[in-house]
Design a protein around this ligand. Structure first.
Ligand code: ADP
Ligand code: MG
Length: 617
């Protein structure tokens, strides 16, 4: 007889209580939705059996909105009202997408959100709205096939998405009316899919080349726990660039006028077909406009090789960040439709020195990982056996005196994370403090990116250096930053949730990282000089305050003159001299004020004693 199962009190899981959750890969080119059923994560097909949905939205004149395959039909016939690759606009500024604007079939314009929006015959559509249509369609697909309402979803975003881009993604889900359990990065989701399915441990590289973005992540996988060691990539690099390279060739062969946008659009579509066909065939025939010809795999590879090489350069940088050699990577997980291209597989294999993993369909692996995570987060599975860590891509810091950036959370720190540091006032009686939140690796604030500024007011007046201001940085699981400043004695507090101005792209992140390496030595020197200058300024202000207070009473005219001379000299050297000279000049001021300081000390003791009984002290 089989034993009856008894569950722990309060922990019973009634099978009917199984909550519905899904993972969504909200891709630039294609989107998918997946869910865990009977312990296995599967992507969900539409009624015709297609799992992959093009991330395309069409707005018809009469107000009808179509999404996916049905929207794709309008790409050529109604290009202006058909929006593709909207993810590239998410959380960006209009000036950041100049390159996209050139190639986009849409009319891009400014919108109230600060993001570029698309002008359609149905009005102006911002990227958040457009993305919400894609989400709505996927959620409907899931709810129809699962016959129930989704309790929540996990949506994936590229590892390099900044906070504005993450926020825009969350906003889209809100408009779509679906609860976001968490945003996780695409490569992390892929690792999750593989980690559970194969149980392999060690260091993994996740190479994700989609239509519009490239992500490389270095993860350590141990006993079901993932730690992201470093991430890198480029959000403006992908299969579209292959298409562009091939389309360029076609346009040239067919002698098409450069300004002919329609023809260019057609060339892009043709190019994609050619590219995808050449994954399985050695050569294809091409009919483009009046031009008839063919392309073999070799020719295509020569056109796209520089783009593939760019991805390998990013791999090199990211491995360096993690302090690893390519040979230390145990597995390379291939993600994204573009990793089907044989040249990509070959070059990745050559670079890492081993065959990359392609067991799980590279188009579906991200959605599958997201579904597994959603299942955990909705409470269908204990989350003890799974911890999922993401990292912040650039260090987060605060501006300190002299325009220096003090790092509070270093880059590649796993999130969620909270870190605090204490600061103090610079001036006697200072009652407010300006908090300037910056992002980047450089030592000087002017070389970092400004994320936000806010003020802490109501600090009780105290002597310089006495107040204790705790500045805490909190990055939540979705990668959103909250900064709090608190004066610890009185408890006055101020905070800000950072929604940085739209528009830092990966190229900029990469440039910021590279420049931090190439400027490391200069930066250190500049930092030390600034620190010395701040110290000089502090000394000058303190001595001036003392002179104003008791210079007349305690000093002769000559003594006072000598101190003032030393201050003048220090001020000059601070602006013009090097570190050693400033240090020397500070010593001179210290020496010249020694006597004055001791007289002040005596005077203040005398003052304190007045009116007090001796035994009181
Ligand atoms: P995204 O994550 O950007 O939405 P996907 O991972 O779905 O993108 O990948 C889309 C890209 O993969 C497109 O550029 C598409 O042309 C390319 N792709 C899909 N299938 C193939 C194939 N068989 N051969 C080559 N490229 C392919
Ligand atoms: Mg993708």
């Amino acid at each position: 007889m089989a034993l009856l199962q008894i569950s722990e009190p309060g922990k019973s899981t009634d099978p009917h209580q199984h909550k519905l959750a899904a993972g969504i890969d909200l891709g630039t080119t294609n989107s998918l939705i997946a869910t865990v059923r009977s312990g296995k994560a599967k992507t969900l097909p539409d009624l015709e059996g297609d799992h992959i949905m093009p991330s395309i939205v069409h707005y018809a004149k009469d107000g009808t909105v179509s999404v996916g395959k049905s929207a794709k039909l309008f790409v050529c016939s109604d290009a202006l009202n058909t929006i593709s690759s909207v993810k590239r606009l998410m959380g960006r500024g209009l000036k950041d997408v100049q390159k996209i604007k050139e190639f986009s079939a849409n009319r891009l314009t400014a919108s109230g959100t600060g993001m570029p929006a698309v002008e359609t015959d149905c009005g102006i559509k911002n990227p958040v709205e457009v993305s919400s249509e894609i989400l709505k369609t996927l959620v409907k697909r899931a709810e129809d096939s699962l016959e129930g309402e989704l309790g929540g979803v996990v949506i994936t975003v590229p590892a390099y998405f900044d906070e504005a881009q993450r926020q825009a993604t969350k906003d889209a889900a809100q408009i779509a009316g679906v609860k976001v359990l968490r945003l996780i990065s695409e490569p992390t989701a892929a690792a999750l899919a593989y980690g559970l399915d194969t149980g392999s441990e060690g260091i993994h590289a996740i190479y994700d080349l989609g239509g519009g973005t490239f992500d490389i992540s270095i993860l350590r996988l141990e006993k079901g726990v993932f730690e992201v060691m470093s991430t890198g990539g480029d959000s403006a690099l992908g299969g579209d660039d292959f298409d562009r390279a091939i389309a360029g060739y076609l346009v040239e062969q067919a002698d098409i006028d450069k300004g002919d946008r329609g023809a260019y659009q057609m060339a892009m579509i043709k190019a994609r077909d050619v590219k995808e066909a050449l994954t399985d065939h050695d050569s294809v025939e091409i009919n483009f406009k009046h031009w008839k010809g063919s392309m073999d795999r070799k020719l295509m590879e020569s056109l796209i090789a520089p783009i593939v090489d760019k991805t390998l350069a990013a791999c090199r940088r990211t491995l360096k960040d993690a302090g690893l050699k390519a040979s230390e990577v145990q597995d390379i997980v291939m993600v994204g439709g573009s990793t089907r291209v044989p040249l990509v597989r070959q070059k990745v294999e050559d670079y890492f020195g081993k065959k990359p993993l392609t067991d799980i369909d590279p188009d579906k692996v991200v959605a599958i990982g997201a579904a597994i995570q959603a299942d955990v987060l909705i409470g269908n599975k204990s989350d003890e056996d799974m911890l999922l860590l993401d990292v912040i891509p650039l260090s987060l810091g605060v501006e300190t005196m002299g325009g220096l950036a003090e790092k509070i959370i270093p880059r590649n720190t796993p999130i969620p994370i909270a870190r605090a540091q204490e600061f103090t006032t610079y001036k006697d009686g200072q009652t407010a403090m300006a908090i300037h939140v910056v992002q980047g690796e450089r030592e000087l604030v002017e070389d970092c990116r400004s994320l936000a500024r806010f003020e802490l007011r109501g600090i009780p007046p105290m002597v310089a250096g006495a107040a204790r201001i705790k500045v805490a940085y909190q990055v939540d699981a979705d990668g959103l930053l909250k900064v709090t400043a608190e004066e610890t004695i009185t408890g006055v507090k101020s905070d800000i949730t950072v929604k940085p101005s739209y528009g830092l792209n990966d190229e900029q992140i990469t440039t910021m990282l590279q420049s931090s390496v190439s400027h490391a030595e200069d930066d250190m020197k500049a930092r030390m000089l600034r620190e010395q200058q701040v110290e000089a300024k502090r000394v000058i202000e303190a001595v001036q305050a003392a002179l104003a207070e008791s210079g007349d009473k305690l000093l002769s005219k000559d003594e006072r003159h000598a101190i003032e001379q030393a201050l003048k000299q220090l001020a000059y050297i601070s602006d013009n001299g090097d570190i050693e000279a400033i240090e020397e000049a500070i010593k001179v001021v210290d020496k010249s004020t020694e006597e004055f300081a001791s007289r002040r000390m005596d005077a203040s003791i005398a003052k304190a004693l007045v009116g007090h009984e001796i035994d009181e002290i």
